[in-house]
Design a protein around this ligand. Structure first.
Ligand SMILES: [Fe+2]
Length: 235
């Protein structure tokens, strides 16, 4: 059952007219907090070079993405949950950096959700993933790609919502109808961090962020994707 995620204390006086963009691009991890502004459904942290994983770690993770499979999930309160199931699966050279990165993101993400426990998933995505533009029936979701292309998303004004979830159309046909003729399909970069408000975020029904997995680039077999949600325990 989908749950409506509680809204932590909102930033004061930050509502905006409906003509305002539904997204924000921020330059710091702390800036992700702006997703709590009622008119925003998407916030992207364009990580600076020094906050990205090193080339050595990246090549190590690329190796894992080529050979690994499936998803590893942990749940709990940031600061006390064990990341071992995820970290121990990774090549030795990448473990410390990935641990630090996930801990830092989880510590920033959890307070935004209004819950104590988060669900963290690191997955090797093979094939095209979710090709149809869609909304998620969750509260708040964090995504960051460690290997491969980032996530594609639409600004709210570029979406024809009446065509979302058309089961009678294939992905290409449906996507063409969802994206307005003059709309822009936007894409995060690898290592960027994006926060999407889903349909279950309080007050966001009918306004969930529209997004999809990117098509794999030529020669690309898989991506390595980090995802955070509220934990299923509801704590
Ligand atoms: Fe999604």
């Amino acid at each position: 059952m989908n749950t409506v995620v509680g809204l932590p204390a909102l930033l004061p006086n930050l509502d905006a007219p409906s003509s305002s963009p539904s997204f924000d691009l921020v330059s710091s991890l702390d800036g992700l907090r702006s997703v709590l502004r009622p008119h925003l459904s998407t916030v992207v942290w364009r990580r600076p070079r020094e906050r990205r994983l090193s080339s050595q770690v990246r090549s190590s993770l690329a190796e894992y993405a080529r050979e690994g499979a499936g998803a590893i999930v942990v749940e709990g309160a940031p600061g006390s949950l064990s990341l071992e199931p995820i970290i121990s699966a990774l090549p030795q050279r990448s473990r410390s950096a990935v641990r630090t990165d996930i801990e830092s993101l989880a510590a920033s993400f959890a307070p935004l959700t209004g819950r104590d426990h988060v669900r963290i998933e690191l997955s090797v995505v093979r094939g095209a993933g979710c090709r149809k533009l869609h909304v998620d029936y969750v509260g708040l979701r964090l995504l960051s790609t460690y290997v491969g292309a980032g996530t594609q998303w639409l600004e709210a004004r570029d979406v024809c919502r009446e065509h979302l979830g058309r089961a009678d159309l294939d992905a290409d046909e449906n996507n063409e109808l969802i994206l307005r003729a003059d709309g822009v399909l936007r894409e995060t970069d690898c290592h960027d961090v994006v926060l999407f408000k889903g349909e279950s975020f309080r007050g966001n029904g009918g306004r969930g962020a529209v997004h999809r997995s990117p098509p794999l680039a030529a020669g690309e077999q898989s991506r390595l994707l980090l995802k955070m949600d509220v934990a299923q325990c509801g704590c």
